[in-house]
Design a protein around this ligand. Structure first.
Ligand code: MG
Length: 153
């Protein structure tokens, strides 16, 4: 076994007229997130954590947002592509979503399920607020942090 850990962070701004997709799950809300792909901030943080653990760069290098191929892309599909780049399995992923609204608790099991299917690893998804401080506190968007462990053997 050669276990490596990686960290990922992402943030996206809320936008009108977009679906809110988190961990491959559509969350009912009055706004979605802006971005070149489906703007799935959770899956993007997970992708960067896995790429970091494997030493394979970052999501912007692998899926450039200047490439029309990724416009509106399903981020779970991007995650599956990244899994295909690894020599060994993902062992676990732990992620924390940070936003004031919407409340994400009811959707966490579905997010865990989708990310687990895509990665093959043990998944934990947590959610917290920013106690009304800063841009997250003002409801301008959602941030996510993630760590992943990958067995590189
Ligand atoms: Mg992103």
């Amino acid at each position: 076994m050669s276990i490596s850990v990686g960290i990922g962070y992402d943030s996206h701004r809320f936008a009108e007229g977009r679906k809110l997709i988190l961990g491959g799950v559509e969350v009912p809300y009055e706004k979605g997130l802006s971005g070149h792909s489906d703007a799935d901030v959770l899956t993007h943080a997970v992708i960067d954590a896995i790429l970091g653990a494997a030493g394979l760069g970052d999501i912007g290098e692998v899926f450039p947002d200047t490439d029309p191929a990724w416009e509106g892309a399903d981020s779970i599909g991007l995650l599956s592509t990244v899994i295909g780049m690894l020599r060994g399995p993902v062992l676990n992923v732990d992620a924390t979503l940070i936003c004031e609204q919407p409340k994400l608790g009811p959707f966490r099991p579905s997010m865990v399920s989708r990310l687990g299917e895509a990665t093959g690893g043990r998944i934990s998804v947590k959610a917290t607020t920013n106690e009304q401080m800063g841009w997250i506190g003002r409801g301008e968007g959602i941030a996510c942090m993630a760590v992943a462990t990958v067995d590189l053997d």
